[in-house]
Design a protein around this ligand. Sequence first.
Ligand SMILES: Nc1ncnc2c1ncn2[C@@H]1O[C@H](COP(=O)(O)OP(=O)(O)OP(=O)(O)O)[C@@H](O)[C@H]1O
Ligand SMILES: [Mg+2]
Length: 237
Amino acid sequence: MATSLLSLDRVNAFYGDSHVLHDVSLNLQAGRLLALLGRNGAGKTTCISSIIGFLPSRSGSIRLDGEAIQTWSPEMICRSGVGLVPQGRRVFGSLTVRENLDVAARKGDRVQSHWTRDGIYDIFPRLKERQSQQASSLSGGEQQMLAIGRALMTNPRVLLLDEPSEGLAPQLVREVGQILTMLKTQMSIVLVEQNLGLALKVADDVALLNTGRVVFAGTRDLFEQQQAELQSHLGVE
Ligand SMILES: Nc1ncnc2c1ncn2[C@@H]1O[C@H](COP(=O)(O)OP(=O)(O)OP(=O)(O)O)[C@@H](O)[C@H]1O
Ligand SMILES: [Mg+2]
C-alpha cells in the first residue's frame, strides 16, 4: 500500500460552538496532487487551516510522514515542510516583491531542493521585472504568483494552495495550471479549487467536501466516472 505523506483521520474542527469539519479523513500520497473540491462554505479552507495549525482540530489526527502534528504550531508545521498559498493571496502589501520573497526564505534547515529568489524569478519573470515594486501595486495575477513564490521560498515538500485561480482571467488560470503541472513533479500538493476544469487537469486524486463532510475520495478517474452523481456537491461552474 502506498504510504501517506499527509493524512487526516476523522478530524473534527469548530469555530467556537460551530462544528464545521465532521470526521474528515484525507490522504495525500507522496508525489501526488490531491484536489480538494466543494462549493462555497463546504469547509475547504477550514481543512487547510487545520492542517497548517491555524485552527487546531478538536479531535482526530493529522499526520505528516506518520508523525502526529495536530498539536503543533503553524511555525513548526511550516518548518517541517508544509507551505501555504492562502486564499486571497495575502501578500505583504507594504513590502516590495523582493522583500516578500526574502522574508519567507528559510536558511539551510532542510537538505532537499532549495528554492532561491532567482529560481522564483525564473518561473515568474514578471516578478523579477517588478522586484522593487510594492506588492500592493501588483495586479491580482502577479500577487498570486508572488504568493506562490513566497510559499516556495520555504522549500515545502507539501504545498497547500487555497483557490489559486480565484478571480483570475482565463489566460492567467491557464498559467496557474502550467505552474502546477511543473510544481507537481517536484513536490506533493493539496489544491483547493472551484475551477473544476483546472483541478481535474492537474489532479491525481480528488476529495469532495459537502457541509464539512467528505462525500467522495478517490482517484481522478474514479471521480470522473462518478461525476454525474456528485455534481450536486460541486459549486456551479
Ligand atoms: N472564522 C470563522 N468563524 C466562524 N465560522 C467560520 C469561520 N470561517 C469559516 N466559517 C464557516 O465555516 C464553514 C466552512 O467555511 P470555509 O471557509 O472552510 O469554506 P470553503 O469551502 O473554504 O468556502 P469558499 O469556497 O467560499 O472559500 C462555513 O459555514 C463558514 O461560514
Ligand atoms: Mg475557502
